[in-house]
Unconditional design. Structure first.
Length: 1180
């Protein structure tokens, strides 16, 4: 193969070779066949490639040609107007194409691959550069239909987008199409006669990352539990990876909270031209923007971005026009400067009074003025579409609800410029919250909650002595200076939600928030203020509704109430305990998914110190639902995710310490307590609350920075530790001596003070020095990077938790089930996949109930009858052809013991085990029970009458009763064993009864141990416990056996054997009628009396036993209600089948369920499959 770089000039071809050892340049001495190529890489490769000669194509001065040795045709790969441009093209080809070509042996295959690759790039480029108005929305629909046909997806599976790329199967790239659906990643390729079809569920993805290696340049790696997949050669790898991240994130969140994909319901917008992109792709893009918008400005979770535009904002504090972006939603106008710390602004529309277009000028083009109730005016300029923007804001203002009378204390607090004490709540606020009786939980609840002092102010004001600042000396002076600094800041930058937030604001936060302003600023920076103002009376309603309610959460709350900062005087009093109880109970009632989690009590107790109950409640909402997502649930997933981030950051910033910490296992021990309680449980209160100040302003970033700074400060000591306990002691002593020398509150004893040794007390560390070091050394952390790392860690954590759940479920399965651990785990994955399929596809059948993570692991995944039939058909060793669905329905009804139309994994495995791993007797017992109620429905029993003539010539239409006396015809040895067992049990019971009556001596402890063991022992069902089968049920059993044998290699022998057995059993039933009315015959169902003579011995002659009754025999009519006599019970069927070796071999044959599971997964498209058959064409 030859790659040429040629230059054209004055109608002659001259050579301009590029140095490449494996690609010698040649002079192009004749015209070449060229095909136009619009682009190989955006902004890089410009040229043409086509399969038809384009003689009118413009001749470029430089070209890269492709030609094989045996071909007379050149293919133009790229062209350029300068040597520099063509060199860039060549470098791209070297990095992305030439290494791949060395794999092929056949030159024709090389040309086919190059042409296919270039065609794919052309298709992608044309799709992206085509004007929107000319795009055909039908192309996407066509691709979606091809995807469903190729991969067997149902109508409910929606395509999000598709891309041209290469999948690396071994060392060979397979050029094809990547289809990204809501629930699956699919890839299809047909190259050089080989087909590759790949399907991966997003819920199975354990790792997703974009990387660049020598072997896989600019590739995306997708890992599952058992395979690693690499995709490369994307036209826009960034866009593809971002979409894959979103879909994988949605999938793992479905595992976490059982919420499926829900499209964003945005307000209607003006119609736009159709684009060749799915509505789901646009919805996912909107979802990502909404999440970023809410996180940036700490807005409520239901706020949706309407649009954004570039503009400038006039900042009066420094008299500058700051460039940035304006964001508009239904309730807020926000601004973020291009420089990260320059300025952030949040304007709630409820505060807006005037929106007007100012006069344009050369200095202020297209200005817009917005005024608020707090007498602040904001001036925006350089707006691209000012008319439309004003129209949208006006529409939102018209939809704003009228302001409730009286207002909230938070809004009144916004207008207070000084730090004066706050007034008591207005009467209107009290009347909004109805009264309710006092709860037996103790303390003030319901209506009395509004009479409590905590309804209007924080506990710190109630329990702290009002010592004048002058009496506090240097600390008081420092506190006074802080308050004055904040008052100046409020004067310059505004106060309340409309404050200009700049680098100066962060500086003041890092220096410490004054005690009197702490509650207000926490509400402001966390965004809790917005939710409290827009939900007046909500907390009071929750308190009333939750009063007197008892649940697991309330029990846990009661247990932990007195463990919440017991060293603080506010919680040594019933007033503080009652307030804490009301807030925690109200939140558990609001969010039952979280309910209550340990550490919430510690955090909430601190919130109550600086704010009223309602304020503490909304701060807790902001903390649990927005700022620390997924932290406070039963599995503390969010904390585990951030623990993984902390480990990764430790490797990056403290590589020397990282391995040591991993070996000691310290990271997992310290991070949960540090993160869940925001250091409140491990650090003196006065110091930890300063970190909480920074947390409400900066978010989780500051917690990670401080944690890294703590490890860095103790690096030498930690490197010398020999075990985890020693390392924990080092860190505990350090944290206990982090002090706040500026605190004006009286010191509170810290619970970890015992860690400090009096002999060698560690050096005190000022909390503000620790914060300063954390920002100096680790300030490179960005919120966007943390969110990216959270996604990566969330995949690992949730999949790890799913693996833990799988192991827990497998351990809960009894040991005698017969399956190995590996087989049980495989069955669990298949069972779980079937449950999840119902969640995101639904289908025409009603889906199973959504997974509830709060339930025990064994009950979290359940399937319905339709899903069970699909699994049964794939996994059962008893294939019955068309009759399989009927047998599956009976098995489902048999396993569904609680009759809720759902079965869990344990019930499912029990059914599978009965068919796979039981002995012959147990397998037949299962089969027998499948033909008795409740497994056999009444409709099926009636249909069996039509088949009765197959086994008998009697034409009577009357049904037979239960056979109560057929055990007369059991084989003598079986019956004798049963009689002996019954006599021994009866004798033991009588002896125990007589011993108790005589009362000779009290039973010793061994007697009670035996009784306890007997009660605990699982009572196995014996043959005599099974109900008896009537004739219709027996006919159904025979039909099942005939269908079961239809696909077996020994089909004819099995048919003959079962016909013999069925005929024999029916004849036994006929003979049974003759003895059913014997005088003195006693039913075996009653208990034997040792004083009465035993029943007469059964006949000894088997021939006589099988002889049918004579016609017209009066004994045959003794029953008076049957035409075919009585049918056998399970023991008789067992005895009869034992006489036929072919039947014994059939039921004792071992079947490998592992092969069944593999076949099922192939059908379900769980793994990639490849074949040489001609596939359906998939094109762009």
């Amino acid at each position: 193969m030859t790659h040429d770089v040629s230059r054209c000039g004055l109608g002659l071809w001259g050579s301009a070779p590029l140095a490449a050892a494996s690609s010698p340049a040649q002079l192009a001495s004749r015209p070449s066949l060229t095909l136009p190529l619009s682009a190989l890489l955006p902004g890089l490769l410009v040229g043409t490639l086509d399969v038809v000669l384009d003689s009118s194509a413009r001749v470029a001065p430089y070209r890269i040609l492709h030609q094989t040795q045996d071909s007379q045709v050149y293919w133009t790969v790229a062209c350029g107007s300068s040597r520099k441009e063509i060199t860039k093209h060549w470098e791209w080809l070297e990095n992305n194409l030439l290494q791949t070509l060395s794999i092929f042996d056949n030159e024709e295959d090389i040309t086919t691959f190059v042409k296919g690759k270039i065609h794919g790039i052309i298709a992608e480029e044309n799709k992206n550069v085509q004007p929107q108005g000319d795009e055909d929305p039908g192309k996407f629909k066509e691709a979606e239909l091809k995807m469903r046909k190729q991969f067997g997806m149902p109508e409910g599976e929606k395509l999000v987008n598709y891309y041209s790329c290469s999948y690396w199967k071994g060392r060979v790239p397979r050029q094809g199409w990547l289809y990204l659906t809501v629930n699956h990643l699919c890839f299809y390729s047909f190259l050089l006669g080989k087909e590759v079809s790949l399907v991966v569920q997003w819920v199975d993805v354990t790792r997703l990352e974009k990387n660049a290696t020598l072997l896989f340049p600019e590739s995306i790696r997708v890992d599952t539990r058992d395979q690693e997949l690499f995709f490369s050669m994307f036209l826009n790898i960034g866009e593809t990876f971002k979409l894959m991240e979103q879909l994988a994130n949605l999938a793992v969140r479905q595992l976490l909270d059982s919420e499926g994909f829900l499209e964003e319901r945005a307000p209607p917008r003006p119609p736009r031209p159709h684009r060749n992109i799915s509505a789901l792709k646009r919805d996912l893009d909107a979802r990502a923007k909404n999440e970023c918008y809410r996180a940036t400005f700490r807005l409520p979770r239901d706020e949706r971005l309407d649009g954004h535009t570039s503009c400038t904002l006039w900042t009066p504090f420094n008299k500058l026009h700051i460039p940035g972006q304006m964001f508009i939603s239904s309730n807020y106008i926000c601004f973020a400067s291009k420089e990260e710390d320059a300025c952030h602004l949040i304007i709630p529309l409820r505060e807006v009074t005037i929106v007007e277009k100012a006069d344009c000028s050369s200095v202020l083009p297209s200005p817009l003025s917005i005024s608020t109730k707090s007498k602040m005016t904001f001036l925006f300029a350089n707006l691209k579409d000012r008319e439309f923007l004003v129209e949208r804001i006006s529409d939102f203002l018209q939809k704003m609800p009228s302001k409730p009378s009286g207002g909230s204390r938070a809004e009144r607090k916004a207008s207070i410029v000084d730090a004066a004490p706050e007034p008591s709540p207005a009467p209107q606020e009290l009347s909004e919250q109805p009264a309710s009786p006092t709860s037996p939980l103790g303390g003030l609840q319901g209506g009395r909650a509004q009479e409590a002092p905590t309804a209007s102010q924080g506990l710190l004001k109630l329990f702290q002595r009002n010592t004048p600042m002058e009496d506090l000396g240097a600390k008081g002076a420092k506190e006074k200076m802080k308050e004055e600094s904040w008052n100046i800041h409020f004067f310059e930058f505004g106060r309340g939600m409309c404050m200009y937030r700049t680098a100066r604001t962060r500086e003041l936060v890092l220096k410490g928030i004054p005690e009197r302003l702490r509650g207000e600023l926490w509400l402001l920076f966390s965004g809790a203020w917005n939710e409290m103002v827009t939900h007046p009376g909500y907390y009071a309603e929750l308190v009333e509704q939750s009063t007197g309610r008892y649940s697991l959460a309330t029990e846990e709350i009661e247990r932990d109430l007195h463990r919440s900062m017991p060293e603080h005087p506010a919680f040594q009093n019933e007033l503080g305990i009652a307030a804490l109880r009301r807030v925690l109970t109200a939140y558990a009632f609001r969010n039952p998914t979280i309910g209550y989690c340990q550490a919430m009590n510690i955090v909430t107790s601190v919130l109550l110190l600086y704010g009223s109950e309602e304020e503490a409640f909304w701060l807790l909402v902001a903390l649990c639902e927005r700022m620390l997502p997924d932290y406070y649930n039963t599995r503390v997933v969010g904390a585990l995710v951030d623990q993984g981030i902390f480990e990764e950051l430790t490797r990056d910033f403290l590589p020397q310490l990282s391995k040591k910490m991993q070996d000691l296992g310290v990271i997992s021990s310290i991070s949960l307590s540090w993160f869940l309680t925001l250091f409140l449980s491990v650090m003196p209160f006065e110091s930890a609350v300063v970190i909480v100040d920074c947390f409400f302003y900066e978010g989780i970033k500051v917690i990670l920075q401080v944690a890294l700074a703590i490890l860095d400060a103790n690096m030498e000591q930690l490197l010398g530790c020999g075990d985890e306990g020693e390392a924990m002691t080092v860190l505990g002593r350090y944290l206990d001596n982090v002090v706040n020398k500026q605190s004006v509150s009286p010191p509170i004893p810290h619970l970890h003070a015992l860690l400090t040794s009096g002999d060698d007390p560690p050096e005190e560390v000022d909390i503000f020095d620790l914060l300063k070091v954390s920002y100096e050394k680790f300030s490179s952390l960005r919120a966007e990077d943390i969110e990216q790392m959270r996604f990566k860690q969330r995949l690992k954590v949730i999949q790890s938790l799913e693996d833990t759940a799988k192991r827990s479920v497998v351990r809960a399965i009894p040991g005698d089930i017969g399956f190995s651990i590996e087989e049980l785990e495989d069955l669990y994955m298949v069972f779980k996949a079937k449950h999840l399929a119902s969640q995101y596809w639904g289908s025409s059948h009603p889906p199973a109930v959504r997974r509830d993570p709060s339930l025990p692991y064994l009950e979290q995944y359940r399937i319905d009858a339709h899903q069970f039939r699909e699994l049964f058909a794939s996994l059962t060793p008893w294939a019955c052809g068309a009759h399989t669905a009927v047998l599956a329905g009976r098995m489902f009804r048999l396993l569904d013991e609680n009759k809720d139309s759902l079965i869990n994994f344990k019930e499912f495995v029990t059914g599978m085990s009965g068919m796979y791993h039981r002995d012959l007797t147990e397998k037949l017992k299962v089969l027998y029970k499948l033909h008795l109620p409740p497994a056999l429905s009444p409709e099926e029993a009636e249909s069996a009458l039509e088949a009765a003539h197959y086994f008998t010539e009697d034409s009577s239409s009357e049904a037979s009763p239960l056979a109560s006396d057929l055990d007369l015809f059991l084989p003598w040895k079986v019956q004798e064993a049963l009689q002996q067992e019954e006599r021994e049990e009866a004798g033991n019971d009588i002896q125990d009864k007589r011993r108790e009556e005589k009362g000779t001596s009290p039973p010793d402890y061994r007697h009670y141990l035996r009784m306890w063991a007997k009660e605990k022992e699982v009572q196995k069902e014996t043959i005599k416990d099974l109900p008896k089968m009537n004739q219709e049920q027996f006919i159904e059993l025979c039909k099942t056996l005939y269908n079961m044998f239809s696909e077996d290699p020994m089909e004819q022998d099995l048919y003959h054997a079962i016909a013999t057995v069925a005929s024999l059993l029916l004849r036994i039933g006929e003979v049974g009628k003759r003895f059913s009315a014997w005088p003195g015959r006693k039913s075996r169902d009653s208990a034997p009396d040792e004083d009465e003579p035993s029943a007469p011995d059964p006949p000894q002659d088997p021939a006589w036993e099988l002889q049918p009754p004579a016609a017209g025999d009066p004994q045959a009519k003794a029953g008076g209600d049957t035409h075919l006599g009585k049918t056998p019970q399970e023991s008789q069927i067992l005895a009869s089948i034992l006489t036929e070796s072919v039947l014994v071999n059939f039921f004792e044959k071992r079947v490998d369920i592992g092969l069944k599971i593999k076949d099922h997964r192939k059908v379900e498209r769980q793994f990639s499959t490849s074949s040489d058959h001609e596939p359906s064409v998939v094109s762009g």
